[in-house]
Design a protein around this ligand. Structure first.
Ligand SMILES: Cc1ncc(COP(=O)(O)O)c(C=O)c1O
Length: 390
């Protein structure tokens, strides 16, 4: 790679930019994970995560990526042959489905057009028809990172309650946690899956499960094989601030700093900041005359915006050009929409001028790539940012 002056723009929807404060925390000397100083640190971050997930129940931290936390949710609560209800909202929902099938679960996978979230009416219908309660869990990706569509979890919960069905509710919040309002306890979610490298502003390496009492009860009789992911061993050790195996000590320093930063800003302000940057981005996209992939305004994502390319133009080529000319990474289209869309990440450690730089880089890229579009998107975003300054 040629030498590049100035700062790289990492505007993929995760991993996100890691702030200096967190980088400094990560660089502290590693300590004995069986000593008193470590126990203090882990009890503090385990409690802090409860506030981030908005729950009074336990949160588990694995030294893993988000995929590990997906697996933990499944193997701790379900048994071979159990039926689960999932929705093809995009690439990540598909990967989670593939994992469930590989683990021996029977998946009812409801298709969507990748432009909408989980339809609560379908949830209600499917559960209502399931009179002998074969469906053991409903699983949803809160914010589908491949499409920029946010499913409405409270509506899914209400649909499950209307059908009076005992299935567990499991939710992937990998790209919404600490970016979009999410309430594990109030919304009656049984297992919430999260990870470190998005709204928490950390590098990859921590997988998270928030657990309800009902999920904990289900884990008592769940028969899928598990060892590394076993909640019981983890919860027992966590009570004293320890782990059943070597934890990712330095990432926990980073997590401590991240929780502090999120609380200094205030979680509600964090959500509002993401919402405002998402709206500014959508104004830019509309001014360019391009189409947002998410077809339902009530499901617009505050973490990222996926944009459809005009017919006959390849999104991957545009992003390669922007990387080469302006040292900025944007998210490529994944799975079915590869080459057809690009994704603007606006989550994590981010501010108005970072967004202005991101949108300006994109506008320059569209222009030099010869893509038909109208100028003025970055200006439209700036106008909105100015009007909504606090
Ligand atoms: C919504 C969602 N779920 C799951 C994953 C998988 O997480 P990981 O790549 O950390 O294993 C991702 C990764 O981007 C994601 O965005």
């Amino acid at each position: 790679m040629p030498y590049r002056s100035g700062r790289h723009f990492l505007q993929i929807p995760g991993p996100t930019n890691v702030p200096q404060r967190i980088l400094r925390a990560l660089s502290r000397p590693t300590i004995d994970h069986r000593g008193p100083e470590f126990a203090e640190l882990s009890l503090e971050v385990l409690e802090g995560l409860q506030r981030i997930f908005q729950t009074s129940g336990p949160v588990i931290i694995y030294p893993s990526s988000g995929t590990g936390a997906w697996e933990a949710a499944l193997v701790n609560t379900l048994s071979p042959g159990d039926k689960v209800l999932m929705f093809e909202t995009g690439h990540f929902a598909t990967l989670w489905r593939n994992m469930a099938a590989a683990l021996g679960l029977e998946v009812d996978f409801v298709p969507t057009d990748w432009r909408h979230g989980v339809d609560p009416e379908v949830v209600e219908e499917k559960l209502f028809e399931d009179r002998d309660h074969r469906i053991k869990s409903v699983m949803a990706v809160h914010n589908e990172t491949s499409t920029g569509v946010t499913s409405r979890i409270p509506l899914i919960r209400n649909a499950m309650d209307r059908a009076n069905h005992p299935a567990l509710l499991m939710v992937d919040t990998i790209s919404s946690l600490a970016s979009i309002d999410y309430r594990h306890e109030q919304w009656g979610v049984d297992v919430t899956v999260g990870c470190s490298q998005k709204g928490l502003m950390l590098p990859p390496g921590l997988g998270l499960n928030a657990i309800s009492e009902k999920a904990l009860l289900a884990s008592g009789s769940a028969k899928l094989p598990r060892s590394f992911w076993d909640w019981e061993a983890m919860l027992t050790a966590n009570k004293q601030g320890f782990f059943p195996y070597t934890p990712a000590t330095n990432l926990l320093y980073g997590l401590q700093e991240a929780i502090q930063m999120l609380e200094e800003e205030g979680l509600q302000n964090v959500f509002e900041r993401h919402h405002r940057h998402a709206e500014a981005t959508r104004r830019a996209v509309r001014a360019w005359g391009l189409e947002i992939l998410c077809a339902e305004p009530a499901e617009y994502s505050s973490s990222l915006t996926a944009v459809m390319m005009p017919e006959g133009f390849d999104a991957d080529e545009l992003l390669a050009l922007i990387l080469k000319k302006f040292d900025m990474c944007l998210g490529i289209g994944l799975g079915k929409v590869k080459g057809k869309i690009f994704r603007i990440g606006h989550l994590g450690y981010f501010n108005d001028l970072m967004l202005a730089g991101t949108l300006s880089g994109l506008e320059l890229g569209l222009s030099i790539a010869g893509i038909p579009f109208s100028k003025g998107g970055a200006d439209a975003a700036l106008e909105y940012l100015k009007d909504t300054l606090r």
